[in-house]
Structure formats: C-alpha cells, structure tokens
Design a protein around this ligand. Sequence first.
Ligand SMILES: C[S@@+](CC[C@H](N)C(=O)[O-])C[C@H]1O[C@@H](n2cnc3c(N)ncnc32)[C@H](O)[C@@H]1O
Length: 410
Amino acid sequence: MAEHPAYPVGLRLSGRRVVVLGGGQVAQRRLPALIAAGADIVLVSPEATASVEAMADAGEITWVRRGYEDGDLAAAWYALIATSDPAANTAASAEAERHRVWCVRSDDADQATAWTPATGHSEGVTVAVLTTHARGRDPRHTAAIRDAVVEGLRDGTLVAPHHRTRTPGVALVGGGPGDPDLITVRGRRLLAEADVVIADRLGPRDLLAELPPHVEVIDAAKIPYGRYMAQEAINNALVEHAKQGKAVVRLKGGDPFVFGRGMEEVQALAEAGIPCTVVPGISSSISVPGAAGIPVTHRGVAHEFTVVSGHVAPDDERSLVDWPSLAKLTGTLVVLMGVDKIGKIAETLVAHGRSPGTPVALVQEGTTAAQRRVDATLATVAETVRAEDVKPPAVIVIGEVVRVGPAPSA
Ligand SMILES: C[S@@+](CC[C@H](N)C(=O)[O-])C[C@H]1O[C@@H](n2cnc3c(N)ncnc32)[C@H](O)[C@@H]1O
C-alpha cells in the first residue's frame, strides 16, 4: 500500500459520523477541524484531556467513556485511531478495514488507510500538504511547506496570477504607523493585488518599493488639485481609476478613520457607485507610544486615554476640542499633529488645572528606523521641542504613563 502515492481528497463530513478513538493530544489537535467540518463526532475513550472534555461539555462531540470495543466503527464514515494501546489500535484498524471505513492511525502511518495532511486556510482556499509515501513522512517538512504557502498567499508574496480573486473597486487600507511589518495581513494582500496605489506620505512606504513594475504608485500629496481642494482631487483620482476597472488601493497611515479623512473617501466612492472595502490599520496613537515604551493605559495609573488632534491651537476658533475639560481629566492625553502647537496646548492644560510637572513624551517617526523619543513636562515641553528640534510626524503623550516603563535609553 505504501508504495503508491496517497490520493488526495476533501471529505465533506457534515452530519456524518466520525469516530475518534483516544482522547489524548492527537484527538485534541484533530478535533477542532472535524468539528468545523460539521461532523457528527463520537469520541470513545476512558479519559480525555481537559480541552477534549470541554468540547464534550459544550456538546461539540459525544463522549463514550470507555475503551474501544469491536463494533464501534461499524456506522462510521471516517475514523481517527489514536489510543495509547497498540493492540486496540490494531484491532480497530482491522475493524475499519472490514467496514470499509477510511481510518487515520496516529501510531502507524503505514497501517492507516488515510493520512491527515498539514492544512492551512487563506481567503476561501484550503491548502493541504501530504507526504507522497509513508516511508518519507516528515511532518515538520509538510508543515513547513504548508506555512510557506499560506503565509505567502496571506502576505501577497505568493500570488496566484490566473486565479486571484481581486477585490473590485477601491480598498481603503490602513497601513499602520510606518514599519512595513505593521500593516494587516489583509492590507498586504490587497496591496499585492493592486493595479494602482494612491499613498500618503505617512505609513509603510517601504512596501511600495516591493510592488511589481506594472503597478502605478501615486503620491497623494502630489495629485494636482487645480480648482478642487486636495482631498477632492484625491477622491476624484480614486473614482477615475476605479472606473477604468482597475484594482485601486488607497494606502493611508495608521487607521483610515483616525484623523485620516477616510470617511470622506468612502462617501465619495459611494456617491460614484464604486464598491469600497475598508481595512483597519494600527493607529499611531496607540502603537507609536507603545513602540517607545509607553503604555497608553496602566493599572492604577490611567483608566482612560483620549486621542486629540492638535492641528489647530486651543484658542483657534476652528478648534472643536474642549481643552479646559481635557485638563481636568486624570488619564492619558495623546496628541496627534500637535508638534507646532504644543506650547499653546501645554499652557492651556496648565491654566485649567493640570500640574506643570505632568510628564510629556514626544515620539517622532515612531516604529521606523528614525524613531526618536524626547521627554519633558508640561512646563518645559515648548522649550524642549525647540531645543531638541522635534519635527512632525510625532505623537505626544501627556500623563503619568510616560514614567511607568523602564527609563528610555535614548
Ligand atoms: C493626519 S494624522 C493621521 C493619523 C493616522 N490615521 C493614524 O491612525 O495613525 C497624522 C499624525 O499622526 C501621527 N503619526 C502618524 N504616524 C506616525 C509615526 N510613525 N510616528 C509619529 N507620529 C505619527 C503624527 O502626529 C502625525 O502628525
């Protein structure tokens, strides 16, 4: 039997009886996929691991608490034989053969009539990797091949050109704070499928260099806007490229909906009748402080954090921020786009009750090779920003959380 290669097949087990013999680690590993396949699972075993027992308690499997007995496999479509008793395993596989039930054996692949492949899933496809012959079985090798294929499909480094399912219209992708590893798996895959990418200055720009040459990369800041506002020009560019039937990715820094004007783009696309997928991103407001060793909350220190735009000064009539109320909060304030206005912001917070000694950290170009952290207090921050020449983009963190981590090394 082992001389011939295995014949791969996908079993549709929904509602069909599957018998599992043995409730140990092998069963624990295999049961979730059988449950997901909708199988009617009967576990025969005097004992079971705590996880297997939990599956029985949850009604996902029926547990018969005894050892294997002849006849257990009679009504099964498929069997997993994994007891710790070799004699029981041999007897059970003989019974499976008699009843023509395909069976996997954890202790002896040679005697099994079926093998479990190493499996993984990516966007509606199951990747299953089998060893060709029992003798050459190397589970780590099959698992490594499975991982390489699934990871490649997920992150877009492996593209199946003839069968790829492209998401129609525009994908609004949050690219994360800058480190190319901090985009989501979905964002990366959509980027790999794009014909046109319209990118912001902030975000994972290194990823753009990896795109194949046919992909048109447009710098959003350089789209000419003539009689339009810059944002309108970007909206128009998204609509125009999508109307040409191209797969368009709008790559934004952080999360599209955190001071990202993402919803304006969603609205413009909806008005033009163009389908739009939104892919959330890791916002700099949380990740950049974290990358510099600052948690935005900490037990016993801060039970809230507030993310505020500092792009207009507190005394500017266009400001929608209630700075006096923010001054009265005890938790963390995270200010984005605030480097230029930090002097006025600090002054206002102190004027309305925050202690001048409140710690402040500015994290410039967080998560990139150029990341830099500068520490100050509300009293000193304006001068520190000048003296240290802190430049945007920077996230400013105000509050006691700045001091809870180990002292910054730079
Ligand atoms: C227009 S907002 C966009 C925020 C973005 N949507 C997000 O969720 O991170 C731009 C501001 O985000 C902050 N920012 C974004 N990326 C940053 C990074 N890598 N390092 C420091 N600040 C960053 C800066 O305050 C910058 O001025």
